[in-house]
Design a protein around this ligand. Structure first.
Ligand SMILES: [Zn+2]
Ligand SMILES: [Zn+2]
Length: 360
């Protein structure tokens, strides 16, 4: 049986390659992909920002178990699985041997492995813009709860699990105030999780749709950057809303200036989580004395420990009616039209595109 997988050889180009679908490794599985999303990183790939050798797009997916490798009886949380069950895999593997893994911080594994560089490399199906996906024996995967549709389960993988972990890293507690800079996908997921754990949530953004979404995903108050266009105005408004300054600030706007704004807007002794800035080379001037005199804790978070995907899926199952998750993915395309999905995502005509490989 043949399967198909996408490859981006350079900016704004996409190829599809066909290969025989491999048999699963002992301890692993072969899944058929039912939905895979265009995440921010796929848009960076589409723009050619990941080097000249090309790259395999796709890391957020949900799928069905097509065949189980020898010995696989449960997912990585001990839930029994069989062929046909719906699963979501973590998109990378951790080594369990480096200094960070050994000390329990698997999110910072120094030997993380994502997919191969080119689909010609066996077992071919190691990225998710594809009809099939090869789950390695050492790769965590979880059974998707029955009440969580594929369109929602696929988004648990990256954005949601990462902010879930980041709020835990910052020890956001019941009754504390969280300020979220940026109401995109990461921000909305963080607002819902923070709200559900009893925090007060304030969001800053400058786009109508995103401000409305923030309210629906748990923000108690929003600050519009168009009416509060300079730092002084935002600072004054945040102080009014928080009766002081927030305990925790989450930076998911993804611009260097927002990092500096987070330092200034968090309370003395507070915690600033940096997630949004991922472009190497971009800088901002920071007076280190501010960090000293405010006794700040600055927490950088990339990816998440694999078990956070399980926590995210369970959270979705419990809160699927409380927050409008069903509307997060606003456009779907067959795999063959991936280029259109990427173009529209790059032009921000759609916020979260899903590809449906079994609809080709
Ligand atoms: Zn490691
Ligand atoms: Zn992602």
């Amino acid at each position: 049986m043949k399967g198909r997988i996408a490859f981006i050889p350079g900016a704004h180009k996409i190829e599809f390659h066909d290969y025989e679908v491999p048999t699963p490794a002992a301890g692993g599985i072969i899944a058929s992909v039912t939905q895979t999303n265009v995440c921010g990183s796929e848009v960076h790939m589409w723009k050619g920002e990941f080097g000249r050798r090309g790259i395999m797009p796709g890391h957020e997916m949900s799928g069905r178990i097509q065949s189980l490798g020898a010995g696989v009886k449960t997912d990585w949380a001990g839930v029994p699985v069989k062929e046909g069950d719906r699963i979501a895999p973590v998109y990378y593997t951790v080594c369990n041997r480096c200094v960070n893994c050994v000390t329990g911080n698997h999110a910072a594994c120094t030997a993380k492995v994502v997919g191969a560089r080119h689909p010609d490399d066996p077992p071919h199906f190691t990225a998710t813009f594809a009809t099939h996906y090869f789950v390695k024996p050492e790769q965590h995967f979880y059974r998707v709860p029955d009440n969580v549709p594929d369109s929602i389960a696929s988004s648990a993988n990256c954005a949601m699990s990462q902010v879930f972990w980041s709020l835990d890293r910052a020890r956001l507690a019941y009754g504390e105030t969280l300020l979220v800079l940026g109401a995109g996908g990461l921000g909305l997921h963080a607002m819902a999780i923070a709200k559900a754990r009893g925090a007060r949530v304030i969001a800053i953004d400058g786009v109508d749709l995103r401000l409305r979404e923030a309210k629906r995903f748990g923000a108690d108050e929003t600050v519009d950057m168009r009416t509060h266009s300079d730092f002084e105005a935002r600072d004054k408004r945040v102080r009014e809303l928080c009766n002081g300054l927030p305990d925790v600030v989450l930076e998911v706007a993804g611009v260097p200036d927002a990092f500096m704004e987070g330092i200034r807007l968090v309370r003395n002794g507070g915690r600033l989580i940096e997630v949004g800035n991922i472009s190497p080379g971009l800088t901002v001037q920071v007076p280190p004395s501010l960090i000293t005199f405010k006794s700040l804790e600055i927490i950088g978070v990339a990816t998440y420990p694999p078990q956070y995907l399980k926590k995210s899926l369970d959270f979705l199952s419990t809160h699927i009616e409380r927050f409008p998750y069903r509307e997060m993915c606003d456009a779907t395309f067959p795999l063959a039209r991936a280029a259109e999905a990427l173009d529209k995502s790059e032009r921000r005509e759609i916020t979260r595109a899903g590809l449906l490989p079994d609809h080709d």
